[in-house]
Structure formats: C-alpha cells, structure tokens
Design a protein around this ligand. Structure first.
Ligand code: GLY
Length: 426
C-alpha cells in the first residue's frame, strides 16, 4: 500500500514506524518528514496548505491512503480536498475539526449536548472589560484559553487573580496570540488528573486505542511553562475500566452522535483530553488528531496491523478489523534543546542514537533532527523521544531512561519524572 503521511514531528515518525512494521507491505511518503522518517520512507517536499499540489502528488504517485498528522491542515480542509477526489484519508473534515480549531465552538457544542466539561464563558475582541469583570467575579484559579489554534500556547492556567487579569489583557487586549485569540474562552479550573483518550471512527463505527497520559510542563513535578509535551506513557492507570466506560457513555458517544446530528459526521481520530474529577471524566479539550508525544507510546502498544486499521478507518470498514494490544506498558521521554519552549540553538551534534536503538524494546522517534555528513544534528526544540515497552511501567521507564543515557547533545534537556503519577498509582 502506498501511503502519504503529512507532518514532520515525532508523531509522524511513530506513525511511519508503525506502518513500516505492519504485516502489510507499504511504500511510505512523508511530507515533509524528518531525519527519522527519511530512514524508513521517502521524505517529500509538499506544502500541506497547497491542496492542489497534495492532490496532484496523490494521483501521480498512486497513493492509496493519506494520514494527516497535525491539526492545522485538518482545520484548513485538507481532508475535504482529498475526499472530494475519493482518496481514503485519516482525518476529519474542516467542519468536524472545529472541535479543536475553535474552543468557542467546542464548548458551545458540549453545552448543547450535555457533555461534561468546565463551566465557561466566551468573549470577543472589544469585550475586554466584560472579560475582566467576569474573571474578577469568578476569582482564581481560573483558566483563560485562546479559542483558535495556538500551537500549545493557548491555554493559561491562572493561579491568582492578577495572573488571570494579565492573561485576559494579553490575549484580548494586546492581541498577543493574534487571531487565535480574537475570541477567548474563560473556564473554571478543574481538579483532578488528566488523561488522553483516542477514538478512531469511520463515521459510524468507532474503536478506542490505549489510554495515555502526557507531561505538558517543561519542569519536573509539572512546573514551568507548557510545552508540546515532554513525555508520555500508556496505558494511564487513572483510566480504569470504570472511568473508560463513563467517558464512552458521557463523552465519546454523545460527541460522535452530536457531530453527526449537526451535519458534521466525524471521520478520523478524535483525541479527547479528559480531567478525571470526583464527578467522573470531564472534557478539557478535543483534538482532531493523534497526540504528540502520546502517539510514540500508543502505537507501539498495538499488536494488530496498524495499516489495516487506519485503512479501515479511512474506507468506512472499521467494523471489519480488531484492535489488539500488547500486555504491559509503554513510555517515552522527550529530549529537548536547552531553552525550549523558549528560544534555543540548533545544529548540536547528536551522539549515541544507534546505542539507544539497539537496546531491547527501545525505539528512538525523531522530531527535530537533521542528518549531516558526520551523523545527526539537532534542528528543533523537541529533538527526539526515546520510547520503550516493558512488562510494567517501572520496567518500561527503566528501559526508556537507559536509552536516554546513551544519547547526548550539548544542552540536552529532559524530565526525570516521566510516569510519576502512574508509578504512584502502582
Ligand atoms: N500532547 C498534547 C497534544 O498533542 O496536543
């Protein structure tokens, strides 16, 4: 099967890796890809925003399946452009991707369908004073979110009222995140533990992937600024069978039914970010794609044929495939450039990749790497993720950290406490 994967991160390397190890023979194209995808497929230079160019590439190269990794091309309608030409594609329509592309839409949608989430109000530009009055009446802690896509920088958890006033001023008053924050959602702070639930749906059937938990903050103990994600593990012990069932009954099924009823049937991967509260799971946010770095732990847990699974999703035959999973756990540790998520230098030589990859049950997924004449250099903030599998979370983390210890580059930064909540739950 000839497959085009859109994206350039660790998530896309993990998707390409899962396809490469599938029993189904594949030829992989990754646009634009990264140093890791180059080793198992062909990196191609294609602008995801140029829908005609993507359609032309698909037709000239007899591509059988397109998988769209990141959110922006989905929100921009790339999946629609491909489906219009009858190309099987993993990814929702632009209308369905609003669940991630517009928090004002998704919050109002949840309200319409009685889906549990934090209480909220939305404010437009020009309503700065009303928004400030609202946070003053609600008090802290409180969460201020840009409604639009903001590359992981759009949600500000404010511990104090002055922080909340500043966040509202920054987003709504000073236009700090530009158009992404032309509407701002202000919502109550939810107490609990977060988990990620991934739903694959072909528009009528759906299946769940293993649950996961990521680590969004740069610092140990979940401190410091938010990042794209510094590590993850699967399954997430907080997602017991009971919590999964509650999430299915109260969130997944009403969401899929609600989107279909509103004329935007969801076909693709729905990533539900949940807060597990005393009252059960509540939605923190929806994403219209797989998570990064959760993909680097979720796909290695699948023992079924991932190509067949994704193809079935894209062709409306998900009911014909079984999802099977390995026993045990998987985890990954992201190694980042010094300074990330702020500014950082590129071009640092990376050593030890082969040693880490040679370890039992360890995979290195590239994100910001670049091949050079003498080996590999860093080329991004999140450089790579060392992912491992094991019989339990402890063994898995030991393996991942052993892999990390093999790898070095100047200024390498990583968290030493990935999986701490899972380990505490035993
Ligand atoms: N790991 C968070 C995300 O992919 O949005």
């Amino acid at each position: 099967m000839r497959i085009l994967i859109i994206g350039s991160g660790g998530r896309e390397h993990a998707i390409a890796w899962a396809f490469h190890h599938s029993a189904t023979p594949t030829e992989l194209f990754i646009a634009p890809g990264n140093g890791g995808t180059d080793a198992i497929g062909k990196n191609v230079s294609l602008e995801a925003s140029d829908h005609d160019a993507v359609n032309r590439f698909v037709s000239e190269n007899d591509v059988d399946l397109v998988v769209i990794g990141p959110e922006q091309p989905l929100v921009d309608g790339l999946a629609d452009a491909l489906r219009d030409r009858d190309t099987p594609v993993v990814g929702p329509s632009a209308a369905a991707a609003q669940l991630e592309g517009s928090k004002a839409f998704s919050k109002a949608f949840m309200e319409r369908h009685g889906i549990p989430t934090a209480a909220f109000r939305s404010f437009e530009r020009g309503e700065l004073e009303d928004a400030l009055a609202f946070v003053r009446s609600e008090g802290a802690p409180i969460v201020v979110k840009a409604s639009g896509l903001a590359a992981g920088k759009g949600a500000i958890v404010c511990e104090t009222l002055p922080d909340a006033e500043q966040a509202v001023q920054d987003l709504l008053g000073d236009g700090k995140l530009g158009d992404a924050a032309s509407t701002v959602v202000i919502e109550s702070f939810m107490e609990g533990e977060e988990a990620s639930l991934f739903v694959l749906t072909d528009g009528s059937e759906y299946v769940l992937l293993p649950t996961a938990q990521d680590h969004k903050r740069i610092g140990e103990g979940d401190t410091g600024p938010n990042t794209g994600g510094m590590g993850a593990y699967a399954p997430a012990p907080v997602m017991t069978e009971h919590q999964i069932q509650l999430a299915v009954d109260r969130v997944v099924e009403p969401t899929l039914r609600g989107m279909a009823d509103e004329g935007h049937p969801y076909q693709g991967i729905l990533y539900v970010g949940l807060m597990i509260t005393d009252e059960g799971p509540k939605v923190v946010e929806y994403n219209c794609r797989l998570g990064d770095p959760e993909t680097q732990v979720v796909l290695p847990m699948l023992s079924c044929d991932v190509v067949q699974l994704f193809h079935a999703l894209a062709t409306g035959s998900l009911g014909d495939v079984d999802v099977s999973m390995h026993e045990g756990a998987s985890a990954c540790v992201v190694m980042a450039s010094e300074g990330y998520p702020g500014s950082y230098e590129k071009g640092k030589q990376i050593e030890g990749l082969d040693d880490a990859s040679a370890r039992d049950q360890v995979e290195v997924f590239h994100a910001g790497t670049r091949r050079t004449d003498s080996g590999w250099d860093t080329s991004g903030g999140r450089v790579l993720a060392v992912s491992a599998r094991g019989r339990d979370l402890k063994e898995t983390l030991d393996r991942a950290y052993a892999g990390v210890s093999d790898i070095s580059f100047e200024g390498a930064t990583w968290r030493r406490d990935i999986g701490h909540r899972g380990l505490e739950r035993g």
